[in-house]
Design a binder for this molecule. Structure first.
Ligand SMILES: C[S@@+](CC[C@H](N)C(=O)[O-])C[C@H]1O[C@@H](n2cnc3c(N)ncnc32)[C@H](O)[C@@H]1O
Length: 228
């Protein structure tokens, strides 16, 4: 993604931040199971893990992590200040939260983490940046630390990609959104640039991850796992 496109995407998230949460559960198929799958896999039996959420947005995923790990130290990174402001409100008064308004490709994560997560963010990147981000994530995990990425993939062929797209557009149609909301969501989808599942797995293994696996898959939505 060029710097210009990234600025446009940031603006789209800034502008949509106040309405972001209201439609997520209807436009992301099986939202509950999808996010819960990621959360279940964070069961590391560590009392107060250090957790980094890349592209944390308004904190929807972080909230579920916090319920499971109330003693954890959280760092939320997002390039959209408006999205992060909503996360700050959600967790106001909590001392174990740190917020970083930056591009996670450029920002130096600052130390090592037990768990690094991301949901529906990394698919916006250029593919070479996804590959280098996976290496950066690996380098910032403690031994046995885990990375979980709930994200979108593109179909392995144009034929399967058509099936993925048709399915998601049907989900969005059935969500009975207001016309304005639907327009915003469809416009933002133009910034999606997912890679195939196969490439994601290849880059995770190349970065050094063990036990690389796909714990959830529904058309274009996956939960990827890797352990250091
Ligand atoms: C679809 S939202 C997902 C938010 C949250 N993770 C969730 O599951 O609801 C994607 C978020 O990723 C952020 N984002 C995209 N690219 C980014 C980058 N390079 N650095 C930091 N944040 C980024 C956007 O600003 C946006 O808040």
């Amino acid at each position: 993604m060029s710097d210009k496109d990234q600025n446009l995407l940031r603006k789209k998230f800034d502008d949509a931040a106040s309405d972001y949460d209201k439609n997520r559960k209807t436009i992301i198929p099986n939202f509950e199971v999808y996010y819960r799958t990621l959360i279940e896999l964070t069961d590391l039996k560590i009392d107060n893990p250090r957790i980094l959420d890349l592209g944390a947005g308004t904190g929807l995923l972080t909230y579920l992590l916090w319920k499971k790990h109330p003693q954890a130290q959280f760092q939320l990174v997002d390039m959209s200040q408006e999205m992060l402001n909503i996360a700050k409100n959600r967790f106001s008064g909590q001392k174990n939260f740190e917020y970083v308004n930056n591009d996670y490709l450029k920002y130096d994560f600052g130390g090592l983490f037990d768990i690094i997560v991301s949901s529906l963010s990394i698919h916006h990147l250029n593919h070479e940046n996804i590959e280098s981000l996976y290496q950066k994530v690996y380098d910032h995990l403690k031994p046995d630390g885990i990375f979980l990425n709930a994200d979108q993939v593109i179909g392995p062929s144009p034929y399967s990609e058509d099936i993925y797209k048709e399915n998601w557009l049907e989900v969005i149609d059935n969500a009975c959104l207001q016309e304005d909301d639907k327009k915003i969501i469809l416009e933002r989808m133009e910034f999606d640039n997912p890679a195939t599942l196969e490439d994601n797995i290849k880059w995770l293994k190349k970065a050094g991850f063990n036990d690389v696996d796909v714990y959830y898959k529904y058309y274009n939505f996956v939960v990827l796992y890797g352990r250091k």
